[in-house]
Structures are given as structure tokens and as C-alpha cells.
Design a binder for this molecule. Structure first.
Ligand code: COA
Ligand code: MG
Length: 291
């Protein structure tokens, strides 16, 4: 699965931002058709995305399109018009049931067959951002072979359940945990919600670190200045990588000598810590570091 640390949103009808976003080196670019685009501009945004998919050089960034929700009467045209541009995947908002993922997947399958594209190459990422989405997260996680990631959406969820957003985020913590647990139970990536404070870079860093510590693998971004901070936090530092390699080496030596648990730098090391070190190395490798 490809690495997705920062996923940068921009309105699909804003060619300038698409071009700007394409040049930033973000792991993923999400051209939006949903809430970032006014109802009167949906048709123009579909065309703008299709043209950008054909014309803009996105470098190594993944090219994603966010559709409108299932049963909005917009999503069929969203798909139909953008699919010929062959994006790398689609982000589905407000997913509440397995069929919503499966229906999009089936339409993509038709397009893949029609164009002779490799089957299953276009991927799906599902936003969990409503009460029903949280309640049905298990069936959503198991819904389709194209599904790569669950994305947590705190702002929409708060609106849906009548919660008030606070800096601590306790009002959405259950859902934020549920998303990462279910993602990991099903071998999916877990991507954290947007930080809407555009100028609050310390707050962004703190929220991103918290997500990392919870097991999240990436985070949504809405402004270019957020991308580098998110990339950096989801990339292990050289010190972390060194320490992880040291721990794994020590573990192998102790295993060979017949002991399961041992002491390193005043801490007990056994399998959970070894697995944590392996996770650090996997993150480093995914980020393209040579470990
Ligand atoms: N993607 C790409 N480029 C972006 C960008 C984004 N999300 N947000 C801002 N930029 C660009 C601007 O175009 C500007 O470039 P320019 O000076 O070369 O024209 C530069 O970065 C600085 O932008 P700034 O003036 O700070 O922001 P803004 O007032 O133009 O835009 C927002 C502010 C919030 C409207 C904008 O960041 C945005 O559209 N974010 C994404 C919104 C979205 O997609 N929401 C739906 C998902 S939650
Ligand atoms: Mg939303």
C-alpha cells in the first residue's frame, strides 16, 4: 500500500490551488467535489478536475478525488465525469454502510474493464464522520477489496451528534479511537481529521503527534503550510530509527541466547516493544528511508 502521511485538500473548481498543491510533494492530493465546492459549481468542478488530471503534473503525489455522498444525486455524475481522467483513487464522504463503498467500487470496475486498465488499481478511502458511520464502522471496514483507508472526520461528526468542538477533543475521542482500532483490525490505513486552525501550527503539530501516538498513519491537510509538518511527524527521526534497530538487534541476541525478556537502558523489553520498534522501521521504510 502506498504511503499517505499528508493528504492535502483543495476545492476541485480551483485550478490555481490544484496546480499549487501538485507541486508541494504531498503524499496525496484530494481534489474536492463535496463541501469545498458550492452547489452551483459542482459541474464546473468536475470538468476542472478532469482537465487537471489530464494536464497537471502531480509528480509523485497520489491523485485523489472526493465525491459527494451516496444518494446525494451528485455522486454518479462526479464519478462518471472524472473517471476518464484515471485518478489514483476516490475519497468517499459520510460513509454509513458497506453498500455505499461497494456501489462506487462496482462502477469503477466497469470503467477499468471498459478502458482496459488494471483491475482494482483505483483505490478507495472512506470518511467516517457521522454517528451512523461510527456505528457501522465494522461493516464499512470489511466492505470492499479497493478500500485502503478509513479517514476520521471530526468536524462533521460533531455537527451530526450535536457536540461542541473543544481543544481537547474529548467529545470525539471515542470515534477517533474507533476509527484507528477498526482500521488496524482490517489491515487498513487510519487517517486523522483536519486541523482547521490554519495559522495554529503548534496546535497542528500537537494534534498530529497525538494521532501518531494513537496509531494513525496520516492526516488530512487543508493548507500548504500544514503538509511539511505532517510529513515530518509521520516520518521517524534518525535517532528513533537507530534506537529501534538497536532494540531489535538486542532482542535477536537475547532470543539466540534463550531469553525472551531482557533489560535495555533501564526498561524491560519483550515482544510488545519489539513490535513497536518494527512499526518505527516500517514507517521509516514507507517514507523512503534506507533502513
Ligand atoms: N491547496 C493548494 N494551495 C493552497 C491551498 C490548498 N488547500 N490553500 C491555499 N493555497 C495556496 C493559495 O492559493 C495561495 O497561493 P498563491 O498565493 O500562489 O495564490 C497560497 O497557498 C497561500 O494561501 P492563503 O492566502 O494563505 O489561503 P487562501 O485564503 O487562499 O485560502 C482556504 C484559504 C482555507 C480557502 C484554502 O486554504 C483552502 O481552500 N483550503 C482547502 C479547503 C477545502 O478543500 N475544504 C474541503 C475539505 S475540508
Ligand atoms: Mg466534511
Amino acid at each position: 500500500m502506498r504511503i499517505r502521511r499528508a493528504l492535502l485538500f483543495m476545492p476541485g473548481d480551483d485550478r490555481r490551488k490544484i496546480e499549487k498543491g501538485a507541486g508541494l510533494g504531498a503524499d496525496s492530493i484530494i481534489m474536492d467535489l463535496e463541501d469545498g465546492v458550492a452547489l452551483t459549481n459542482k459541474a464546473a468542478a468536475r470538468q476542472s478536475i478532469l482537465t487537471a488530471l489530464h494536464e497537471v503534473n502531480f509528480g509523485r503525489s497520489e491523485r485523489l478525488v472526493r465525491l459527494n455522498p451516496a444518494a446525494s444525486e451528485l455522486e454518479a455524475d462526479d464519478l462518471h465525469i472524472t473517471l476518464p481522467g484515471r485518478p489514483d483513487g476516490y475519497v468517499l464522504p459520510k460513509v454509513e454502510a458497506a453498500w455505499q463503498v461497494q456501489e462506487v467500487s462496482a462502477r469503477i470496475e466497469d470503467a477499468e474493464r471498459e478502458h482496459g486498465w488494471p483491475a482494482g488499481a483505483i483505490r478507495l478511502l472512506a470518511l467516517i464522520e457521522t454517528a451512523k458511520g461510527v456505528v457501522n464502522i465494522r461493516e464499512i471496514s470489511e466492505s470492499d477489496h479497493r478500500l485502503d483507508a478509513l479517514i476520521f472526520g471530526a468536524e462533521d461528526l460533531a455537527g451530526d451528534i450535536g457536540a461542541t468542538r473543544t481543544p481537547e477533543g474529548r467529545e470525539v475521542f471515542y470515534a477517533r479511537s474507533a476509527v484507528v482500532i477498526h482500521a488496524k483490525a482490517h489491515g487498513l490505513q487510519a487517517i486523522d481529521t483536519v486541523h482547521i486552525g490554519l495559522n495554529d501550527l503548534d496546535g497542528l503539530a500537537a494534534q498530529t503527534r497525538e494521532a501518531l501516538h494513537m496509531g494513525y498513519t496520516g492526516k488530512l491537510a487543508i493548507h500548504p503550510r500544514q503538509v511539511e509538518i505532517i510529513h515530518q511527524i509521520f516520518t521517524p527521526s534518525p535517532e528513533e530509527t537507530q534506537q529501534a534497530m538497536r532494540l531489535i538487534r538486542a532482542h535477536e541476541e537475547h532470543q539466540a541466547a534463550g531469553s525472551g525478556a531482557f533489560e535495555l537502558d533501564g526498561r524491560m523489553v519483550d515482544m510488545p516493544l519489539v513490535r513497536a520498534a518494527e512499526t518505527v522501521l516500517a514507517r521509516a521504510r514507507a517514507a523512503g528511508l534506507d533502513v
